[in-house]
Ligand binder design. Structure first.
Ligand code: SF4
Length: 234
């Protein structure tokens, strides 16, 4: 089977909670989040088209060292068959399997859950769960009900999960976080990821150099203490 594969990171200590993982980056995404630092892998370019055996070989190289596989992108649900194949390979090798998704494909997520292929799901809550806000951030027409459906599905799944929001100066800050909190509570874990413009290839170049000030970060930290189960990542 061929798939659009942007790369495999052999060893990561930060992507699967408390485990060492190989991370598979499937190319292609239906969103164009302004802060995304993977702009170069969002299209299904010919150069990414590879046999899925490439992924298996890369994972095999690190098999003695890893506990898990993380399938991310891009948006992995856009390549359902490849995601299933990689997850099944993980199962065969007795590895844990995690997925990172933007939440716009609840039916595919449901299928993966029902096939018992997932042990961890990270699902984005990009901003307040309203179509206009999402469209402004992701440059895409959004059916917000699908995002909500995915979040509820993951919460009910019994599978370990976290909700994830990237905080971006002038786009996603304290005001949005308070509203999101009302919309997503209760939840198990809500990870706040601080935007950094010095890594990767940013979709919206006007964001390059725009970081939160120390004062803003302190305010965000204070806000996090008012909510339950928030982790901040820099
Ligand atoms: S950050 Fe947005 S555009 Fe980038 S891969 Fe994730 S969902 Fe796609």
């Amino acid at each position: 089977m061929k798939a659009y594969i942007a790369g495999v990171q052999g060893i990561s200590t930060v992507d699967y909670p408390k485990k060492i993982a190989s991370v598979v980056f499937l190319a292609g995404c239906n969103f164009r989040c302004r802060y995304c630092f993977n702009a170069n892998i969002l299209d299904f370019k010919e150069e990414f088209l590879k046999d899925i055996e490439f992924v298996k070989k890369e994972i095999n190289k690190n098999l003695p060292l890893i506990d898990a596989i993380v399938i991310t992108g891009g948006e992995p649900c856009l390549q359902k068959e490849a995601t299933i194949e990689i997850a099944k390979f993980g199962r065969k090798k007795k590895l844990l399997v995690g997925i990172f998704t933007n939440g716009s494909f609840p039916l595919i997520l449901k299928e993966l859950i029902e096939m018992r292929l997932l042990d961890f799901i990270a699902i984005d809550v990009k901003t307040i769960l309203e179509e206009k806000a999402y469209e402004n951030l992701t440059n895409n027409k959004i059916d917000i009900e699908k995002i909500k459906e995915s979040i509820e599905l993951v919460k009910r799944s019994g599978i370990d999960y976290e909700l994830r929001t990237t905080l971006v100066p002038s786009l996603v800050g304290k005001k949005e976080l308070k509203l999101i909190h009302e919309q997503i509570s209760p939840y198990k874990t809500w990870a706040w990821q601080m935007f950094r413009s010095d890594i990767g290839d940013i979709v919206d170049k006007s964001l390059v150099g725009k970081e939160f000030s120390k004062e803003e970060i302190d305010e965000i930290k204070s806000l996090s203490k008012k909510f339950e189960n928030v982790v901040i990542r820099f």
